[in-house]
Design a protein around this ligand. Structure first.
Ligand SMILES: C[C@@H](N)C(=O)N[C@H](C)C(=O)O
Ligand SMILES: [Zn+2]
Length: 175
């Protein structure tokens, strides 16, 4: 992803202990995606920049053994895809992301933290300040315009469906 759009901020939470498993699961944060998925994210980024905004990636391709670790912690298919079936992340076709204000570098308020597993994070949840609803809509509209699909339980998760991408266990090198 960084080769295509180096200005996109990477803050891959599973490369730190600042995640719901409380364990660093990637040796380093790298954002790998299928080429057409990366190209679509880069198009969203270009549109964001025109508004003084940018994307921050929270997770991209995720090896299946890491999916298993997430599932072991939260075995709830609303919030973590069952590794037996595999997540779109395990296929390099899903992204978890948010928006940053380029003038401050700060994330827009989306109403809940990343990986908050509860109704307040559902895109249908409306009992939120107008600004939060507008921020979520901005992200969602931009992603859907480029062909991504949302899910009903997480405002940050989008995938490019349609192709039968293979599951992967690939781990990347850190240097
Ligand atoms: C765990 C969360 N960040 C996520 O990506 N959930 C979806 C449902 C997934 O595991 O594919
Ligand atoms: Zn996700």
């Amino acid at each position: 992803m960084s080769r295509l759009a180096p200005e996109i901020v990477l803050d891959l939470k599973y490369a730190t202990a600042d995640n719901f498993v409380k364990e660093q699961m990637y040796d380093c944060g790298r954002c790998f995606l299928r080429p057409e998925v990366a190209a679509a994210v880069a198009r969203v980024q270009r549109k964001m920049v025109q508004k003084g905004l940018g994307l921050k990636m929270l997770d991209c391709y995720r090896p299946r053994p890491i999916q298993q670790k997430l599932w072991d912690k939260v075995p709830d298919p609303r919030y973590v895809a069952d590794p037996a079936e595999g997540s779109m992340h395990n296929r390099g076709a899903a992204v978890d992301l948010t928006i940053v204000d380029l003038s401050t570098g700060r994330e827009l308020d989306m109403g809940t933290p990343y990986d908050f597993f509860g109704p307040e994070a559902h895109p249908s949840y409306q009992d939120l300040p107008e600004k939060v609803l507008a921020n979520r809509k901005l992200l969602r509209d931009a992603m859907l315009e480029e062909g991504f699909q949302p899910i009903t339980t997480e405002w940050w998760h989008f995938s490019l469906t349609g192709k039968n991408y293979a599951l992967s266990d690939m781990l990347w090198k850190c240097y």
